[in-house]
Design a protein around this ligand. Structure first.
Ligand code: FAD
Length: 408
């Protein structure tokens, strides 16, 4: 087991430098254009594929880094470049992790390569869980998957919403209800292969931030997928459902929810994205404060400005430490006894929201215009307190974990 250290090893330093170079030279110069276009930046994803950043291999390497710091370091650097473009690059990873976490080896080998395509023909993937009436309240999900035994096919019906890459993905991973009587324990995940009839894109959303990332509804009308597209397989699902039904009969004994444990482990990655955006805005603000003069001296000469920058940097560093701790815990199998994953996401996302707002203030009029990047960073930062569980849901999870009480 890797000892915890805050010092990156030589390999990590090299990867960090390489990612930083890509973020600075390729992502950042393209950021304003794709934010305005509100379209998926295919050429940038292709560049990332060419150099090996947009690939399963790269994510697997970071994911299996024994120190746990591979993913947070990668996320921070890419999102430092630009959040919308970076999400277009890493969005496929959300679907890939869904398959890695629940799929059989055969499913992993078959579907993950199709999620990425290759450098000459890049593809993206989507993870579709949220629905119009089931956001935070995942148990209210309505999309149904019914097994057609005669044909060994699953039939999916429902509407998913806010899906990153929804409708433009080559492979969609769809969470659906297989047993409505046992709440979220009756959910299962399915692969919808490329060009499956019945799956279509609904509304594409125009957004406040991360506008280079495609977000849309996904409509499923009698979508038939082969039995082998059920992640984990039917035998495992039947066993899991039988256990959950038994527990429900026995009075709903509280069981450790596997999905919750997965979220605890994935939330630090979102925290790291937030750290990247916050750091980017802080750097612009620090530079501006040192070079902008008013009343005959640089504005950083005023404690009112300098102290803000001191607080901004302190919050960013504190956020990174929480993210790294949680990532290390996830990788080394430490139990999240205090919901440390949620803590890291909560703190980092709120720090990013506040730090980017302070950056606008420090840049004054320029901060408010699109001539400078901080207004975009502030719009982008707003997503971190919403997706992968809102701040309120993080507080609920932390409070419930700490108290053991069913706080509402
Ligand atoms: C850009 C973007 C990309 C996304 N990508 C994906 C994706 O790829 N796949 C996917 O499945 N989903 C995705 N989502 C959906 C996202 O995960 C949900 O928006 C999020 O979970 C919140 O759900 P909701 O929007 O329905 O908010 P709601 O659950 O309706 O919440 C509304 C407000 O009420 C608060 N609230 C709700 N319940 C409680 C409570 N019990 N106590 C206190 N406050 C509460 C919330 O915190 C929030 O402030 C994405 C969303 C966006 C905006």
């Amino acid at each position: 087991m890797a000892e915890f250290t805050l010092e990156l090893n030589d390999d990590q330093k090299q990867v960090k430098e390489w990612l930083h170079g890509f973020a600075a030279d390729v992502i950042r110069p393209a950021a304003a254009e794709w934010d305005e276009r509100e379209e998926t930046p295919w050429p940038v994803i292709q560049e990332a594929a060419k150099v090996g950043i947009y690939s399963l291999d790269f994510y697997a390497q970071q994911f299996f880094d024994p120190t746990g710091l591979g993913i947070p370091m990668a996320m921070e650097e890419l999102f430092w470049g630009d959040a919308g473009i970076a999400l277009s690059i890493v969005g496929t990873g959300l679907a890939a992790v869904g398959v890695l976490a629940n799929g059989t080896e055969e499913q992993i080998g078959t579907w993950i390569p199709q999620m990425y395509g290759d450098a000459d023909d890049v593809k993206v993937a989507a993870f579709c869980s949220s629905e119009p009436d089931a956001g935070s309240d995942v148990a209210s999900m309505r999309t149904r998957a019914v097994y057609d035994e005669a044909k060994d096919e699953w039939v999916l019906n429902g509407t998913k919403t806010w899906a990153t890459n929804g409708g433009i993905a080559n492979v969609h991973v769809v969470v659906a209800v297989v047993d409505p009587d046992i709440g979220s324990k009756g959910h299962a995940s399915f692969i919808v292969p490329p060009d499956t009839p019945g799956l279509s894109q609904g509304q594409k959303f125009k957004k406040h931030g991360i506008r280079a990332s495609h977000t849309a509804e996904v409509v499923l009308e009698d979508v038939r997928v082969p039995g082998h597209c059920l992640l984990g397989g039917k035998e495992k699902l039947d066993e899991r459902l039988a256990r959950a039904r038994e527990r429900a009969k026995a009075g709903g004994e509280r069981v450790k929810n596997a999905a919750m444990a997965t979220f605890e482990a994935s939330r630090p990655a979102v925290g790291a994205m937030a750290v990247g955006t916050a750091r980017a805005a802080y750097e612009v603000a620090l530079d501006y404060a040192k070079t902008r003069s008013q009343f005959g001296r640089p504005i950083i000469d005023n404690q009112g400005i300098a102290f803000q920058l001191a607080d901004m940097r302190t919050r960013i560093d504190a956020a990174r430490l929480l993210v790294w701790r949680a990532s290390w815990m996830a990788t080394t199998g430490k139990p999240f006894t205090s919901a440390e994953g949620s803590m890291s996401k909560l703190y980092a996302s709120e720090a990013a929201r506040d730090v980017t707002a302070q950056a606008i203030q420090i840049l004054g009029g320029n901060g408010f215009t699109r001539e400078y990047p901080v207004e975009r960073m502030h719009r982008d930062a707003a997503i971190y307190t919403i997706f992968e569980g809102t701040s309120e849901i993080q507080r609920l999870v932390i409070a419930r974990t700490l108290s053991g009480m069913p706080i509402r």
